[in-house]
Design a protein around this ligand. Sequence first.
Ligand SMILES: [Zn+2]
Length: 454
Amino acid sequence: MIINRASKLFQPIVALQKNQILINNESISKSTQLMLNNGIIKQSSPGIFHFLPVGLRVLDKLIKLIDTELRYVDAQKVMFPTLTHAKLWKASGRYQDVASELFKLKDRHDTEYLLSPTHEETSADLIASLGLVSFRKYPLKLYQITSKFRDEMKPRFGLMRARQFIMKDLYSFDIDVERSKKTYAQMCDCYDKIFAKLAIDWVKVLGSSGTMGGDLSHEYHLPSAIGEDKLVQCGDCNYSANLEYIHNIIKTEANITSCPNCSSSNIKITNGIEVGHTFLLGEKYSKALNSKYLAEDGKPKLLHMGSYGLGVSRIIAAAVEILSEETAIKWPTLLAPYRTVIIGPKIGSKEEAKLAVTPENVYQHLNVVNTLMDDVLYDDRSDMTIGKRLLEAKRTGYPFAIVLGSKATQNPPQFEVINLYNQDQHFLSLDQLVDFFSSSSNFDVCKLSSSAKV
Ligand SMILES: [Zn+2]
């Protein structure tokens, strides 16, 4: 059996004095600081980051969660090329519109390319290249989860406004406007499910289509004081919109004091971090790239597209920002890099000499539990005190620790389970440990206690 051992883990933790904050800079958010200090990510250059092993586990879990939900809506995973021929973006007109944010490059033949921040043109071109395909082959949803690039003027807040980031982008193709609206509603439901699984508050608001174009667009935000968007929510009619969107409609940047929909003054304005965006695109890109299908009447017709983005690495940063304490990370429980860490006695201690069950035995017992499969870390650094290892576990954001202390030397042995998110403690036998971690309700408790409100 492979044992995940803390001694083998590449997690360069920055040693800090108690409550010391490493960097004092307003462009470094709490989440960035926590992730840098705890060896989750490292900066390579401004706005560009390495995901280290612990961080990559979190990213992989989020990707798996998204993949699972997207299978329920019949979306198929692909990988579009990152290098996009500039002619595609010239055809849609976006090459000029968003020119300053694009990373552009040329090959040795002087042909222009860009590092794509999004793939409406690429996907529309793929469909166009198939020629006329029967209407029966639609709807079609293709998505990928890959690195995207944006030449941010001021990269800041770590993964939140980065120049290279991980995004889920999905493109839908429907044969008419009614069906594309149905797809749109289905995708919004899917997003709701994803955020519900993360057990984190989210707000869905009307958003501007901006340079993307199209007829209808919504944004998904995680409310946070450091969010750069202002969200207007009406307490009477459920209207919610990005302030920028309202300004575009009423064509003024005046203060908003009442709901644009029902005129109620019962409105709330909060800051949000945009983590998702949905667009009903209509025929904009299919027209530009000539993406057509063969209709029932035998005629070629333009496809109706939708575009659905999720800022995957940004969701991670925003969740850490919202859930964490100043000096310890809290993850959405489903994303914690390991769900539990096993800590044995210090080498040479009297507990170590009298242990009835080794930490490896406990590990083997737990690794067969469904909710913990490959999700247990054995902190085998027995030259460190239990307290020091517990502190690191708490900083890194493992929800649970199992400590083999003095009661583990009794017959029968008792193991201390500590919920590091709310400090709950239990002493359990080996069988009770398995029961405890087999019950998903224990993770629900953990979720509730970790969803601190902003
Ligand atoms: Zn209203």
